[in-house]
Design a protein around this ligand. Structure first.
Ligand code: UD1
Length: 433
């Protein structure tokens, strides 16, 4: 078992390079299986979710070859298999993109229902399945598998209106419709930067997708995708996480290799809180030496404030003067991490999808257990800002989405190390207790 040991209370200084976007990579890798030839994907982040998805492609019969640590060549011209077993799917939520990709290319898919981060509520995929059905597929859920079959072997274009703005459903239906017959129109879609990135990847391979980044996406189906080369956009959430770390700890860090426009809502919120942010070409210089000011945050779909940044911002708001309120309108109960913050001295009350934070002078180091990817990142930020030593366990969650998080934090002065410890023996609990 790996755990992180963090000595907090030190400001951060230096320069950081942001990796390719996790949520784009985990959709573009499944999308690569729709390409008949070989494709090259650059700026791939080295994170465990990417390794898992590349492993799933190999199990399906793809040839995967790394050209360098951040560039991979994928050849899916000879896939033999259309089934993604539970052992693979359960470890990565984005395995659900295999459904749209396999169904689009071969007219059939057999994929175990996904696992991934549990935000404390259900994570339905009804909108994905509604989209596949509208495209003419029969969709059945049997023994934990989604089995989808296109009538006549090829999907047919349709008009789909999503009941809920969903990143996953938007991408999955877009994948399936790329090789369908005719013009598909999807309305009320999500507009996150990684959706535009997936559409750009597919278009660069010969797809005909219009409107990604707006509320309506139109897809004129093509017969096949040819090979090509594509570079993934920088990770908005990784960049935001390090910005929040500087806000919480103080100091000055240049966050490089980003698209500043994608950071607008995070930049605006941190500025309101007293953090100085200067845009310099493709980087942001983030500085904080005064005190932090309270703020309210409402997590909503892009271009609003991202739900994937609310736990990290909560860590900052724990140290801001006054009362702050965070509302998460995307996930109804994404506040499990607040129990860990409370053990560090934070003053937080949770009521449904709302957290009320009373800023405190300081947090103190504690033993912390990451409960999902972004919650783990938030605990790292809180630990770096806290006085004393913290130990964070369950760090495999953090490593699902952050490349070399220890190396990057150490390079800006974070006192953090990763240690291997033996697995803990399960504790016997007396029934009388
Ligand atoms: C993706 C991100 C995740 C992020 C989320 C919202 C990936 C791999 N994960 O997750 O990090 O927190 O977007 O930005 O990109 N919903 C339904 N039915 C559906 C699908 C979704 O009701 O069929 C609901 C969900 O319960 C949730 C909301 O829609 O309340 C948004 O979910 P969605 O955007 O689909 O999230 P994911 O794609 O799973």
């Amino acid at each position: 078992m790996t755990k992180y040991i963090v000595e907090g209370g030190n400001p951060l200084y230096g320069e950081l390079h942001i990796s390719g976007a996790k949520n784009a990579a985990v959709a573009i890798i499944p999308a690569a299986l729709m390409v008949s030839g070989s494709c090259r994907i650059e700026n791939i982040p080295q994170i465990s979710d990417v390794k898992l998805l590349l492993g799933i492609l190999q199990d399906l019969g793809a040839k995967v070859r790394f050209i360098n640590p951040h560039a991979v060549e994928i050849d899916c011209s000879r896939l033999q298999n259309r089934r993604v077993p539970y052992e693979s799917a359960r470890r990565c939520r984005a395995s659900y993109y295999m459904l749209g990709a396999l169904l689009g290319r071969f007219g059939s898919a057999d994929v175990a229902l996904p696992g991934g981060c549990d935000f404390g509520g259900t994570r339905p995929i009804d909108q994905h399945l509604k989209g596949f059905r509208a495209l003419g597929a029969s969709v059945d859920t049997q023994s934990g598998f989604v089995i989808a079959e296109a009538a006549g072997g090829r999907l047919k274009a349709s008009s789909i209106f999503l009941d809920k703005v969903s990143v996953g459903a938007t991408i999955n239906i877009m994948l399936a419709a790329t090789l369908a017959e005719g013009l598909t129109v999807i309305e009320n879609v999500a507009k996150e930067p990684h959706i535009v990135d997936v559409a750009n990847f597919l278009n660069s391979m010969g797809a005909n997708i219009m409107g990604a980044g707006t509320d309506v996406i139109k897809i004129r189906g093509v017969e096949h995708l040819r090979g090509g080369s594509y570079s993934i956009i920088p990770d908005q959430i990784e960049a935001g996480t390090y910005m929040a770390a500087v806000a919480a700890c103080g100091g000055q860090v240049k966050i490089c290799n980003i698209i500043p426009k994608h950071m607008d809502c995070i930049t605006a919120k941190l500025s309101e809180m007293g953090v100085e942010i200067q845009e310099i070409d493709d980087s942001l210089l983030v500085s904080r030496d005064g005190s932090l000011v309270r703020s309210n945050i409402k997590a909503i779909p892009y271009p609003g404030f991202p739900t994937d940044m609310q736990p990290q911002m909560a860590a900052v708001l724990c140290l801001a003067q006054g009362t702050s309120i965070i509302t998460d309108s995307v996930w109804s109960s994404r506040f499990r991490y607040t129990d860990e913050f409370k053990r560090m001295g934070a003053q937080i009350q949770v009521d449904g999808n709302l957290a009320i934070i009373e800023g405190v002078e300081r947090l103190t180091g504690a033993q912390l257990e990451a409960c999902d990817l972004r919650a783990g990142a938030a605990m790292l930020i809180a630990a770096l800002a806290a006085h004393g030593i913290s130990e964070i366990t369950n760090v495999q969650y953090i490593e699902r989405g952050y490349e070399d998080v220890i190396g990057k934090l150490r390079s800006i002065g974070g006192r953090i190390k990763s240690v291997e410890v033996p697995e803990e023996e399960p504790v016997a609990v007396s029934s009388a207790g």
